[in-house]
Unconditional design. Structure first.
Length: 245
């Protein structure tokens, strides 16, 4: 009985040591991947990296991690225009089947899905902020974006008719969609500015606009978008996504 008791104690001790070693190893690996990702994507801050699954060491032995979660806040995505970049908030991606090199200098996920958000203030930069003529004697420009409910964006438009600014802004509900690497905002119906007769194509030069978003981390792509309380919420996905290297 004593020998069995000693054996059980040894098993518990060794099991505890294995768990400690496993957690130390996973913390080291998370730090290495985070540093490599920060360098490869030129990030201002170190991203959050969480390697899921237990034990970690058996995954390392197999050369592939089952599930890695990455979080990046304040990512500056390329817009493909002279305006430069657009800020992506709270970018979260869940990477599956991550193959890596021994020193974590390269890591590639078989698939990735995730979410991100863009504030209305940031998206507003893509709209025409300067008054633009939409008809003889009528100028208009977008001055605000907000949540319109039911997945719609409420677009606030100021207008001046025959030199007189309308006392109240005009509001339009718009649909937001993703097409390729571009977020598009399209008015469901057109505003009217007093009794002025307006051509639809002229009005839509104001109400409708789009924002290209390129160069997301690791090559992930836009999938879908929906209006929310404080901005638009985006889902992303990809295959062969690079975490590093």
């Amino acid at each position: 009985m004593r020998a069995l008791r000693i054996l059980l104690i040894l098993v518990v001790i060794l099991g505890g040591l294995f768990v400690i070693a496993d957690r130390v190893a996973v913390n080291f690996a998370e730090g290495e991947v985070a540093d490599k990702l920060k360098a490869s994507e030129n990030l201002a801050a170190t991203p959050d990296v969480s390697i899921k699954g237990f034990p970690f060491l058996t995954q390392v032995a197999g050369g592939e991690l089952d599930d890695v979660e990455v979080g990046i806040d304040g990512y500056e995505a390329d817009t493909g225009t002279r305006s430069g970049t657009i800020r992506i908030d709270d970018l979260r991606a869940d990477m599956k089947g991550v193959v890596f090199s021994g020193d974590y200098s390269s890591a590639t996920a078989a698939t990735a899905t995730g979410t991100a958000s863009i504030t209305y203030a940031e998206l507003l930069k893509a709209a025409k902020s300067e008054p633009t003529q939409v008809a003889p004697g009528v100028t208009a420009n977008i001055v605000g974006l907000s949540d319109g409910g039911n997945g719609k964006i409420k677009v606030e438009v100021d207008a001046t008719v025959l030199g007189t600014k309308l006392p109240k802004p005009v509001y339009v509900l718009s649909t937001v969609t993703v097409q390729g690497d571009t977020v598009k905002v399209h008015a469901d119906s057109l505003p009217s500015f007093g009794s002025a007769e307006l051509a639809e194509n002229r009005v839509r030069t104001i109400t409708d606009f789009e924002q290209k978003i390129e160069g997301l981390p690791g090559g992930i792509k836009l999938d879908s978008v929906q209006a929310a309380k404080s901005g638009v919420e985006i889902t992303v996905k990809g295959s062969g996504v690079r975490l590093a290297g």
